[in-house]
Design a protein around this ligand. Sequence first.
Ligand SMILES: Cc1cc2nc3c(=O)[nH]c(=O)nc-3n(C[C@H](O)[C@H](O)[C@H](O)COP(=O)(O)OP(=O)(O)OC[C@H]3O[C@@H](n4cnc5c(N)ncnc54)[C@H](O)[C@@H]3O)c2cc1C
Length: 426
Amino acid sequence: MRSFKSLARPASRALSSRSKQFAPATIIHGVRHASSSKHPQGFEAPTPADLTELRERVHEFTRREIPEEVAAHTDKSNAFPNEMWPKLGEAGFLGMTADEAYGGPGHGLPGALRRHGGDVAGERVHRAQLRGALAAISLNGSAEQKQKYLPGLVAGTSVGALAMSESGAGSDVVSMRTTAKPVDGGYLLNGTKMWITNGPDADVIVVYAKTEPEKGSKGITAFLVQTKSEGFSCARKLDKMGMRGSNTGELAFSDVFVPSENILGKVNGGVRVLMEGLDLERLVLSAGPLGIMQAALDVALPFSHQRKQFGTPIAHNQFVQGKLADMYTKMQASKAYTYNTARAVDEEGIIKTQDCAGAILYAAERATECTLDCIQLLGGMGYVEEMPASRLLRDAKLYEIGAGTSEIRRMVIGRAFNKEFAHFAS
Ligand SMILES: Cc1cc2nc3c(=O)[nH]c(=O)nc-3n(C[C@H](O)[C@H](O)[C@H](O)COP(=O)(O)OP(=O)(O)OC[C@H]3O[C@@H](n4cnc5c(N)ncnc54)[C@H](O)[C@@H]3O)c2cc1C
């Protein structure tokens, strides 16, 4: 088997000089290859064989490192096994979106997500590394910032987080109140951030703060904050209903000095940094529910064929078959939507806002339904913690809330149509 590194096939000959957001597709060996400004440098779309190989590697890793006992223990203890970070880094799963120059294999985000589709433990990786600090730095960092932070994040020797939300500013994130006041050589940050994935463990956090509060969304700046800085603290670790293998915290900033060289992007350009990665964050996240739906079927199918009532396996009952069929078709439809949207990004350079939001909206809601069906099919065993069904439901629900709620995703899709059909109104 080729090593993961060998899957990086820099296509600099065809793709290196892209300066526009969307480069035209090229055809290499009969396969369309395209890239956007969101892809790593030298990106070449993976072949189906690459995807199969890497999917197998992810499955093999999760079977070996995250068996059911580890998953159940992590859920109970509400703590991520931090020794997993370097293992994930070593396996090459943290830096899939980073340029090769900084230790990444140079794969596209959606390519990475397709490979991660079955990894239900991936929320933490996706939220906080692939689409969190690592992506924000990859897309917006200076050469010095990339050199300083990316290799550690890719290797798993340092942990990243991204802090936008505050207790009073979630869906309406630009109403944030954390401030950054200019002082000699940098800024002083004051405020709090809520629900921050990896917050309790992070070494470096991308923090959004108001540099000119009176300018509203045009007065926000993104900063790279090292958590060893004086005045930074994780006020508390949150006790969540699900995704308990992902440490989430409330962060406090009290006169935290951040040097000017740690500004990510431009002063007052924070919303651009924030928005730039949103479409792909939604698309990448849509892979999580696919893994959860598969896991729900992996539990429900054997159970319903083993469990006998009225002298026959319950799966021979048409009501039960209906539930299994619904779970299966919902998973396959969600997969098709996510994979198709991802393929368009990687192979044609097309990033469609309504499809990125649509893929996660659809998959997240279907995953909650599938996991509820899984519990129902297990009867009493679905309601006890000896079986993983309740954990799957609790984990699935986050995908309807985190990184934007289902309601906001519907709004995003509606607004994309408003833009597309604006000429009808004039
Ligand atoms: C486990 C977890 C991890 C997270 N990780 C991070 C992280 O790493 N970094 C980070 O910055 N944030 C993170 N978040 C925060 C997350 O992005 C927010 O919780 C989310 O955006 C919703 O914001 P809110 O909780 O303030 O809900 P609110 O915005 O208060 O919404 C409450 C309800 O009102 C609805 N609603 C709000 N506005 C409208 C509207 N205009 N129209 C219709 N309905 C509306 C919402 O859909 C929701 O149902 C995380 C959250 C969780 C739970």
